[in-house]
Write a protein that binds this ligand. Structure first.
Ligand SMILES: Nc1ncnc2c1ncn2[C@@H]1O[C@H](COP(=O)(O)OP(=O)(O)OP(=O)(O)O)[C@@H](O)[C@H]1O
Ligand SMILES: [Mg+2]
Length: 546
C-alpha cells in the first residue's frame, strides 16, 4: 500500500466479501446444532477455566470472544435480539449468515450490491406484511392456553423442558403478577420487575414464586429484629462507618486527655449521622457498602433492621418499587448533613427468611409497583445459570404474547410460508431486484432444514412436504386454509398443523428476527473494502547502544 501512502493491508471487492462469508458461516455453524427442541448444548471453557453450559445462542456467541469484525456484527445481532425479544437468538444468526452467503453469491454473479440490498429490503417488507395479514393469529381466537403453549415452545430446547408444565405456569403467573398500565391505558408487563434469585439445593421443581422483592442478604447483626411491619426503608449508597479525621490533616495536642476528646467527637459525629437517618422515620436501613460495629450498635439499640453489601442494581430496583430514592451522601447544598424523609421507600413488611443454605431478606407489599421474585433451585451453579437464562427467554416470550396478543405457528411454518410467498412475489417483479427477493425466499428455508437435521430427520423430504402444503394453502383463494399453519413435527418426522399442536411463537419475535437478520446481512454486504492499518512500531529507545 506504499503507493497511496497507507501503511497497512487492503482487501477489497470479492476477496473481502468471501472472507466475510467464511467468518459469518463459521459463527452460524457453531450455533446451528443448538437450534430447535432437539438441539444440543455447548460447553464453553474460558481462559481462566470457567465453564458455561448453554443452549442460548446469545450466550454462546458472547462467550466466544470473536475477533473478526464481520463476525462481530453477528454477535452484536444476537445480543440485540436477546435484549429486544429475549428468544430467537440462534435463529437470527443462522438466517443472517444465510442471507449474507446468498447475497455474496449474487455479487459474484455480477449483480450490483445495491440492487441486492434493495431486493432484501423489499422482501423483508413483503414478508412482514404477509405475516401480519395472513399468518398471525390473535390470542382472543385461541384462548389463554395459547400463552402457556408459547411459553412451552420457547423452553422446548432448554433444560426447563423436562418440567414444562411447572415452568410454563410459573412463568405466566410471574409475568401476570407484574401487570401495570401505561398512561393511555395499555397493559404493560415490565419483566425487569421480576427478580430472579438463585439458591443452591433441592430440585428445580421446588423453585417458587414469591410475591414481593427478595434480596440475597442477611440482617447485619443478630440483635436486630427479623421482621419489620410498615417498613420505611432508607436506601444508602455510602458506608456507615465511624467518622475519622481525614488523611493528611495533622492535629497537635499538648494534653493526652485531648486525644480522648477527639475520639469522643468522632463517635459523636457518627452517632449524629445515624440519628439523622433514624429521625426521618426509617426502620429498615439497606446499604450497598459496609456498616461497622460502632454503627451496628446504634442500630441494634434502636431496634432497626439493617443490612449491608446489597447489590447496587437490587437497591435501584427496590427504590423504584418502594417509591424511595437511593441516597449517595448526607451532605446538602449548604454543607450540612441532613436526611430527607422523602427519600424513604415504603413496604408493608420486611422479613428475613431461611432459603436453602442461607437467609434472604423479603420485602413484601412494595408501595409503588408490584414486584415478584422467582427463587430458582437447582443442583449446581451450571444448572442454575442455565435455568436462569432459559427462564429469561420464557418470561420475555410470555410478555410479548401478552402485550401484542398475537402468535404464529412455529416449527418452520412461518419460514416455509414466507418462502413460497416471496418466490411468487419475485416472479411478479419486473425489476432487477427479483433475483435478490428469490434468494431471500430460499434463505429462510435454512430454519426448517436445520431443525430437521438436528432432529435426525430427512431434511429434504420434510422441507418438500412443508412447501407443498404451504403452496396449496396459498393457492386457496379463501385465505384461511388451515394448511398455512403446517409446520414440522420433529419427533415423528412428519408435518402437522402446529397451531393445533400448540407449537406457538410470539408474532413480534418472528418479525423482529427477520428485521434484525436482514439489517445485519445488509450491513456486511455494504462493505467492499477493508483497510487494516499496521500497528505502529514502538518509538526508538534513545538509550539504545549506550
Ligand atoms: N415442539 C416443536 N416442534 C417443532 N419445532 C419446534 C418445537 N419447539 C420449538 N420449535 C422450533 O425451534 C426453534 C427455536 O429453537 P431454539 O429455542 O433452540 O432457538 P432460538 O429460539 O432461535 O434461540 P435461543 O432460544 O437460543 O435464543 C423455533 O423455530 C421453533 O419454532
Ligand atoms: Mg428459543
Amino acid at each position: 500500500m506504499a503507493h497511496v501512502g497507507i501503511d497497512g493491508e487492503r482487501k477489497s471487492g470479492i476477496d473481502i466479501r468471501a472472507e466475510h462469508v467464511t467468518a459469518t458461516m463459521a459463527i452460524s455453524n457453531i450455533v446451528k446444532s443448538s437450534l430447535g427442541p432437539v438441539g444440543l448444548d455447548k460447553m464453553l471453557v474460558d481462559d481462566i477455566g470457567d465453564v458455561t453450559i448453554t443452549n442460548d445462542g446469545a450466550t454462546i456467541l458472547q462467550r466466544l470472544e470473536v475477533e473478526h469484525p464481520a463476525a462481530k456484527v453477528l454477535v452484536e445481532l444476537a445480543e440485540l435480539q436477546d435484549s429486544e425479544v429475549g428468544d430467537g437468538t440462534t435463529s437470527v444468526v443462522i438466517v443472517a449468515a444465510e442471507l449474507l452467503k446468498r447475497g455474496t453469491e449474487l455479487v459474484k454473479n455480477g449483480i450490483h450490491p445495491t440492487t441486492i440490498m434493495t431486493g432484501f429490503r423489499l422482501a423483508l417488507k413483503d414478508a412482514v406484511k404477509f405475516v401480519k395479514s395472513t399468518l398471525m393469529v390473535t390470542i382472543d381466537q385461541l384462548g389463554d392456553d395459547a400463552i402457556i403453549s408459547a411459553a412451552k415452545t420457547s423452553m422446548a430446547s432448554k433444560l426447563l423442558n423436562a418440567d414444562e408444565d411447572f415452568w410454563s405456569k410459573l412463568a405466566v403467573d410471574a409475568v401476570r403478577s407484574i401487570k401495570t398500565h401505561t398512561a393511555d391505558g395499555k397493559a404493560r408487563y415490565p419483566v425487569s420487575a421480576i427478580h430472579i434469585l438463585k439458591a443452591h439445593g433441592k430440585s428445580s421443581t421446588e423453585s417458587e414464586l414469591v410475591s414481593g422483592f427478595a434480596v440475597n442478604v442477611q440482617r447485619a447483626a443478630q440483635g436486630m429484629p427479623s421482621m419489620v411491619k410498615n417498613a420505611r426503608i432508607a436506601l444508602l449508597d455510602f458506608p456507615l462507618q465511624r467518622h475519622k479525621v481525614q488523611m493528611g490533616i495533622s492535629v497537635q495536642v499538648d494534653d493526652v486527655s485531648e486525644v480522648e476528646g477527639i475520639r469522643q467527637r468522632e463517635l459523636d459525629i457518627t452517632k449524629e449521622r445515624i440519628q439523622k437517618i433514624l429521625q426521618s422515620g426509617a426502620n429498615v436501613v439497606l446499604t450497598t457498602k459496609g456498616i461497622d460495629d460502632t454503627c451496628l450498635k446504634y442500630f441494634v439499640e434502636a431496634g432497626i433492621l439493617a443490612a449491608r453489601r446489597v447489590k447496587k442494581e437490587d437497591l435501584t430496583r427496590l427504590a423504584r418499587a418502594t417509591g424511595g430514592h437511593v441516597v449517595v451522601t448526607l451532605a446538602d447544598m449548604e454543607g450540612n448533613e441532613t436526611f430527607d424523609a422523602e427519600c424513604l421507600g415504603s413496604a408493608e413488611m420486611v422479613q428475613e427468611e431461611r432459603v436453602g443454605d442461607g437467609e434472604m431478606l423479603y420485602i413484601r407489599g412494595t408501595a409503588m409497583s408490584k414486584a415478584t421474585t422467582i427463587v430458582i433451585r437447582g443442583a449446581n451453579e451450571f444448572h442454575l445459570d442455565e435455568l436462569d437464562r432459559a427462564l429469561h427467554d420464557v418470561l420475555m416470550v410470555v410478555k410479548r404474547v401478552l402485550e401484542s396478543a398475537a402468535v404464529v405457528a412455529g416449527g418452520g411454518s412461518v419460514e416455509a410460508a414466507l418462502s413460497i410467498y416471496l418466490e411468487k412475489q419475485a416472479q411478479l417483479l419486473a425489476t432487477r431486484e427479483h433475483l435478490a427477493v428469490a434468494e431471500f425466499a430460499q434463505a429462510l428455508l435454512v430454519i426448517p432444514r436445520t431443525l430437521s437435521v438436528n432432529a435426525a430427520q430427512d431434511a429434504i423430504e420434510l422441507v418438500a412436504k412443508l412447501r407443498a402444503d404451504h403452496h396449496a394453502a396459498q393457492l386457496d383463494p379463501k385465505d384461511n386454509n388451515p394448511l398455512k399453519f403446517t409446520g414440522l413435527d420433529l419427533f415423528s418426522g412428519d408435518v402437522r398443523n402446529n397451531l393445533l399442536s400448540g407449537v406457538l411463537e410470539p408474532a413480534i419475535s418472528k418479525i423482529k428476527c427477520l428485521r434484525f437478520a436482514t439489517e445485519a446481512a445488509i450491513t456486511i454486504l455494504r462493505i467492499d473494502d477493508m483497510i487494516k492499518l499496521n500497528p505502529k512500531p514502538p518509538p526508538d529507545d534513545p538509550r539504545r547502544g549506550h
